[in-house]
Design a protein around this ligand. Structure first.
Ligand code: C5P
Length: 267
């Protein structure tokens, strides 16, 4: 089954409506399913397409990350977009010119979301935001997120980098910087969603990985949150990888998470 993706843009909690068109099918960003992004962290196009096929129509966004993009290149984004809108999670972090040129190369794919590292600094994020805004003015649909502090990092990890303070404080600082640079939102831990929502406002997009259903293994994630807690805290999207993709039946694992999410009003 193939779905053409379409995104129109009123603000998020009123809300940005994500509608996937198919004659008999519609997924809305207001719905739980629309707010679930699944990380296709697999090494080959064949495995990614198999997962995309079985999750298509059941989840709102499919995430193509570094492993898959490095293995398969831009074609895999075109393929996956036949099944759902794509979050192209490249976490670009370089000097402004290089980031802008890399972004320019992938904006032609028109993914729903792309990202850069906020630690790349204000100037880099500003230049990236300008490019993405121009892309939208020309009819594109891509929105730019900045990664704050990885959900695999805790206070000790930050101290080892000589970054003192709580991860949550640093995430808040970086989110404010990203907003002032013109980014559309951030990638953060859902542990920080409530304070970032208050600080950055209703329009600012919050996408939160590090999600683990109750009782699931945390693997290398440290600052984990359950799907329902993330939505209650104000996350627009939750990103789930291994709890779905490593499950014997990924569609059933996604359905179980969706039933956990059902009935939560977006903040
Ligand atoms: O398997 P798991 O649910 O831990 O996957 C989380 C996904 O979200 C991975 O693809 C990872 O790269 C991504 N991610 C993250 N933390 C961030 C940003 C992205 O875990 N801060």
């Amino acid at each position: 089954m193939c779905y053409n993706a379409f995104l129109s843009y009123p603000p998020p909690n009123k809300m940005r409506r994500l509608v996937l068109w198919e004659p008999v099918f519609m997924l809305d960003f207001m719905s739980s399913a629309g707010r679930l992004a699944v990380a296709l962290d697999v090494p080959s196009a064949a495995e990614a397409i198999e997962l995309a096929e079985c999750l298509s129509g059941k989840v709102g966004v499919l995430k193509v990350g570094l492993e898959l993009f490095c293995a398969e290149g831009p074609d895999i984004v075109r393929e996956i977009q036949k099944f759902a809108p794509v979050f192209l999670d490249l976490k670009l972090h370089d000097i402004p010119t290089t980031v802008v040129r890399a972004l320019n190369a992938v904006l032609g794919l028109n993914p729903l979301l792309v990202n850069v590292h906020a630690l790349g600094g204000l100037n880099m994020m500003r230049k990236a935001s300008e490019l993405v805004k121009t892309h939208r003015q020309n009819g594109g649909r891509t929105h730019l997120l900045a990664v704050t502090i990885l959900t695999s990092m805790d206070k000790l990890d930050l101290e080892q980098l000589n970054l003192m303070g709580e991860p949550s404080e640093m995430a808040l600082r970086l989110a404010c910087l990203a907003k002032s640079a013109g980014c559309d939102g951030v990638v953060c831990s859902a542990q920080e969603s409530a304070s970032l929502r208050t600080e950055c406002g209703a329009e600012f997009l919050l996408l939160t990985p590090g999600i683990r259903p109750k009782g699931a293994e945390t693997q290398d994630q440290v600052r984990v949150v359950t799907p329902i807690e993330a939505l209650k805290a104000g996350s627009n999207w939750i990103v789930v990888g291994r709890p779905i993709t490593h499950a014997p039946d990924p569609a059933a694992a996604a359905a179980a998470i969706l039933s956990e999410m059902a009935g939560v009003d977006p903040r």
